[in-house]
Ligand binder design. Structure first.
Ligand SMILES: NC(=O)C1=CN([C@@H]2O[C@H](COP(=O)(O)OP(=O)(O)OC[C@H]3O[C@@H](n4cnc5c(N)ncnc54)[C@H](O)[C@@H]3O)[C@@H](O)[C@H]2O)C=CC1
Ligand SMILES: O=C(O)C(=O)COP(=O)(O)O
Length: 416
């Protein structure tokens, strides 16, 4: 395990003027509206930022909003000592160095459910498109060719769908597929409740060998990196199809291209790629371009108006609750604390290194100032402790300044 890098601020988080919010990647307007309504100064950009660009733009930012593209790594976090939180307006948080955000006292909030149905519906559409070769037929007629064929076209009814990753998206795909008469298998590293008539397979290989369509719904983790390579593709049934709307690092694309060119696979639908452009004005190239019965989409699985509006509201709500009360419920990398504000008190939020004696030092500061603690909640993880403390208003500032001066302090602020 790498030793965590802790900042040592020695002063509380400084917030002069309105809270500065930077929203990237065309985050839905609902988020900007909610955050601006709180009196925050919101800047909203359409594209993602490269790591070196983010290191520049993040300086002075209190709340950062991203989607799946912008990487938030340690160098950027180290240049944003006043960054309070990151909102990942999506599901996946693999683009954020979660451990570094944790040790910098920065909770990361995402929207774990809001776009799952959108992805599931895209996958169902792609299963039908692939089995009827609609992409090719569509292109041919647009080009003035009339190629009416049944060869290689099949009904989905009675075919087998194999789902890799039976989570929020995979389960919805399974239910929708069953409603179309498909047989559903799934492979997951966790024991899952099979919905409907779906059935788990003991191994990934068992799923690959018994499916007409394989769809991937796993997160980007070390265990899923390149999990579908040449060996796995060769285990898939001849004439079967692969769908990837999870992460680009799950599938070895050159190997997929070879499996398609050889005719081993009869089609594929790919929505995510190992590297993707930061903005819509950038070009894009992949070995899959020009191959027949291959559907290529620009990471739009979650891109519906319904999903984006819902995500915008959900993550903005989490960020506002954290700013106003310190609630970390739902943060993917932080100790979970949520406790109601107490009238006529000032709330101190303190993130510290999880070493013995910190709470003793903090409570000594409080008792030396004869302060009355109305409420105190502490939650810890391996690296940090997160303390929420409600004090009499007249002592909160000196206590906050003294706590921030402790060598174990990571981030301390008073909830205004
Ligand atoms: N293309 C797009 O626009 C979108 C892509 N996604 C991607 O889809 C992924 C899945 O989303 P959800 O279903 O909401 O996540 P989830 O966390 O509900 O489900 C993921 C499932 O994968 C399983 N899993 C993890 N590692 C595995 C492995 N090595 N082998 C087999 N199963 C494994 C987990 O146990 C879990 O059941 C997200 O992490 C994200 O990367 C999500 C939304 C939109
Ligand atoms: O929700 C996810 O994890 C996604 O991949 C969606 O990504 P996006 O918000 O479209 O950049």
């Amino acid at each position: 395990m790498s030793t965590p890098k802790f900042p040592s601020p020695s002063t509380p988080v400084s917030i002069e003027g309105p809270l500065k919010v930077l929203l990237l990647e065309n985050i839905h307007a609902s988020a900007e509206e909610m955050l601006a309504a709180e009196g925050f100064a919101v800047e909203r950009l359409k594209g993602a930022l490269k790591p070196e660009e983010l290191e520049e733009r993040i300086q002075g930012v209190h709340l950062l909003g991203i989607r799946s593209k912008t990487n938030v790594w340690e160098p950027a976090l180290a240049k944003a000592p006043n960054l309070l939180a990151v909102g990942a307006f999506c599901i996946g948080t693999n683009q954020v160095d979660l451990k570094s955000a944790n040790t910098h006292g920065v909770p990361v909030f995402n929207a774990p459910f809001s776009n799952t149905r959108s992805v599931a519906e895209l996958v169902i559409a792609e299963i039908v498109m692939l089995t009827r070769q609609l992409g090719d037929r569509n292109r041919e007629v647009h080009a003035g060719q009339w190629r009416k064929v049944a060869t290689g076209s099949h009904e989905v009814r009675g075919k087998t769908l194999g789902i890799v990753g039976y989570g929020h998206i995979g389960t919805q795909v399974g239910v929708l597929a069953e409603s179309m008469g498909m047989r559903v298998l799934f492979y997951d590293v966790m024991t899952k409740l099979p919905l409907g008539n779906s059935r788990p397979t003991a191994t990934l290989h068992e799923l690959l060998e018994n499916s007409d369509f394989v769809t991937l719904h796993v997160p980007a983790t070390p265990s899923t990196e390149w999990m579908i390579g040449a060996a796995e593709l060769s285990r898939m049934r001849k004439g079967s199809c692969l769908i990837n709307a999870s992460r680009g690092t799950v599938v070895d694309i050159p190997a997929l291209a070879k499996a398609l060119q050889s005719g081993h696979l009869s089609g594929a639908a790919v929505d995510v790629y190992p590297t993707e452009p930061e903005t819509n004005s950038d070009g894009f190239a992949t070995e899959l371009q020009g191959l027949s019965n291959v559907i290529l989409t620009p990471h739009i699985g979650g891109s519906t108006e319904e999903a984006q509006a819902s995500i915008g509201k959900e993550v903005a709500t989490s960020l506002i609750k954290f700013v106003r009360s310190g609630a970390t419920t739902g943060a993917v990398n932080f100790p979970q604390v949520e406790t109601p504000l107490i009238p006529k008190t000032h709330r101190i939020l303190n993130v510290h290194r999880n070493t013995p004696g910190v709470l003793r030092d903090i409570n000594k500061i409080v008792s030396d100032l004869n302060a009355n603690i109305h409420a105190q909640v502490l939650s810890t993880d391996a690296n940090i402790g997160y303390l929420v403390m409600d004090l009499d208003q007249d002592v909160a500032n000196p206590v906050c300044n003294a706590i921030a001066g402790l060598t174990t302090d990571i981030k301390t602020r008073i909830v205004s």
